[in-house]
Design a protein around this ligand. Structure first.
Ligand SMILES: N[C@@H](CCC(=O)NCCCC(=O)O)C(=O)O
Length: 255
């Protein structure tokens, strides 16, 4: 039995003067080893991306985190240099991929930058430098070269009882998560419902209202501890189950 395929849109990076299409290994590893699906990296294309050519062939979509920020013009704001770094090619690929995956009921898991893209793709806005908002917690990546410390589970989050995220996590109420972001959801998109909040009110998880399948986003990084942390593992396992169900239905239809 071949594994179902999960699309992961890449970042566009310039390394030694050459353009690269990159996805950090933790997203690939969690998709493969915990969700049980074969990751397929999608290049970041500012123009020319054929979204349905990808979605016709996959059974799920993971939108990964990234140090880059969604360009403010995509949610009606003027861009300041301090809002960067930007990745226009990633934006141009991931936003239409998100909208079309939801339309086609293809399982979608959006992580960190991914939940921000999900919100913008559906008409919401983002707040920048949220740590500077009085009363806010500092959600930024800890200043360390040790990635286990950077992704350490350290922030309390309240998961709403009866929410989709609670079902996927296998728990509701207080959980602890990691935190590596300086932006967050500001105006929630009309089709999103907040399903987990930080103590300072930062939206930490959403699901798509009336989605025909798995369609959720988290501001934290479940992929990093997907093998070790129970809620992280449960989320990727629930996503993997939705991906297999989608693959089975797709196979039946095309048979
Ligand atoms: N850039 C956005 C999203 C943050 C994000 O996805 N962080 C994961 C990558 C962390 C890193 O390796 O730097 C924001 O800052 O809100």
């Amino acid at each position: 039995m071949t594994k179902p395929l999960v699309a992961i849109p890449a970042d566009f990076r310039v390394i030694d003067g050459a353009g690269w299409h990159c996805v950090v290994d933790q997203y690939v590893n969690a998709t493969l080893t915990v969700a049980g699906a074969m990751p397929v990296l999608v290049p970041a294309l500012e123009t020319g991306a054929d979204i349905d050519a990808v979605l016709d062939r996959v059974d799920g979509v993971v939108i990964s985190g990234s140090p880059s920020n969604v360009h403010p013009s995509l949610y009606g704001k003027e861009a300041k240099d301090s809002d960067g770094p930007f990745d226009l090619a990633r934006d141009a690929t991931s936003l239409p991929l998100i909208r079309r995956a939801i339309e086609r009921a293809i399982p979608l898991l959006a992580i960190c930058r991914g939940i921000q893209e999900l919100n913008v793709a559906l008409g919401g806005t983002l707040a920048s430098e949220i740590q500077d908002i009085p009363g806010n917690w500092d959600h930024r990546k800890p200043p360390t070269a040790d990635r286990d410390l950077a992704y350490a589970i350290r922030q309390p989050v309240e998961v709403r009882e009866g929410s989709c995220i609670a079902r996927y996590l296998g728990t509701s109420g207080p959980i602890s998560v990691n935190s590596l972001h300086r932006q967050a959801i500001s105006d929630l998109a009309p089709r999103l419902q907040a399903e987990a909040l930080a103590e300072d009110g930062t939206v930490e998880a959403v699901s798509v209202i009336d989605a025909k399948g798995f369609a959720a986003g988290v501001q934290w990084h479940p992929e990093y501890w997907a093998n070790a942390d129970a809620p992280s593992r449960a989320l990727f396992e629930a996503f993997g189950a939705a991906v297999r169900d989608y693959a089975a239905a797709r196979t039946t239809v095309t048979a």
